[in-house]
Design a binder for this molecule. Structure first.
Ligand code: AP5
Ligand code: MG
Length: 225
């Protein structure tokens, strides 16, 4: 008997700093499905200075949500790419009820009839601590925490030597706004998925490795062979 994921179509859900990106990166490397982070797509568009990127940057830095029509169109384009045909880990989408409803329609169009929503549960104090300690490599995009892996403010990326910087939306007042938006607008989306019976709650407070272990355990089943 060996263990296999029950589905390769996953949504990672949780408040800012819960570890969605960290866990999606780990699972994506392990099972070989693409990690699609809507936040990363918007930040990369902003770095390239595209019209969407410029508009999104102002919204992101204020801690608000990018309008639903833009986000739905963006996700529609990504999920229709051949790379996403064998599965995907969607990180940071949906964040509103209209986005969730649009995704249901899109998954039906793509003939995806089974998926799971992994919810990372982390208390607010820990979220604020993680976000204020997060550093991101400007060159390769890897994410670190101050005081871990030998990283401190001002030190170079341990992997590529690039500069480690704070995300503009990790400033204290923006973090507070993002948490509020999560509670008011995004958390209610959980009720929608609860009804569909696809929620998988995971305690996100352990180390990245223990959280990864719990996710794989909860998403796996034993199969013959
Ligand atoms: P996005 O980039 O998705 O930001 P977010 O949801 O606020 O989440 P974060 O990326 O801040 O946190 P995370 O959960 O990925 O945590 P991470 O793994 O990095 O979105 C940014 C913005 O884009 C939004 O505010 C919005 O404006 C816009 N946007 C995006 N999608 C949108 C949508 N669908 N609709 C509208 N607007 C949208 O971990 C955080 C830190 O903790 C890191 O330093 C990490 O190293 C550390 N860490 C991780 N796990 C652990 C652990 N287990 N123990 C200790 N430390 C840990
Ligand atoms: Mg993230």
């Amino acid at each position: 008997m060996r263990k296999e994921l029950t589905t390769r179509h996953l949504l990672f859900f949780g408040p800012p700093g819960a570890g969605k990106g960290t866990q999606a990166t780990m699972l994506s490397a392990r099972v070989g499905v693409p990690h699609i982070s809507t936040g990363e797509i918007l930040r990369s568009a902003a770095a390239q200075g595209t019209p969407l990127g410029k508009r999104a940057k102002e919204i992101i830095d204020a801690g608000h949500l990018v309008p639903d029509d833009i986000m739905v169109e963006l996700v529609r384009d990504v999920l229709r790419k051949p790379e996403a045909r064998g599965g995907f880990i969607l990180d940071g989408f949906p964040r509103t009820l209209p986005q969730a409803e649009a995704l249901t329609a899109l998954l039906a169009e793509l003939h995806v009839n089974s998926f799971a929503v992994v919810v990372l549960d982390v208390d607010e104090e820990e979220l604020v601590r993680r976000l204020s300690n997060r550093l991101v490599c400007e060159r390769d995009g890897r994410v670190y925490s101050v005081g871990r892996s030998g990283v401190n403010r001002g030190s170079p990326c341990p992997d590529c030597g690039g500069q480690l910087v704070q995300r503009d939306d990790d400033r204290e007042e923006t973090v507070r706004r993002r948490l509020k938006v999560y509670l008011q607008t995004t958390a209610p989306v959980l009720a929608y998925y609860e009804q569909l019976g696809v929620l998988v709650h995971v305690d996100g407070r352990g180390t990245a490795e223990t959280v990864h272990w719990e996710i794989t355990q909860k998403l796996s089943e034993e199969v013959e062979g």
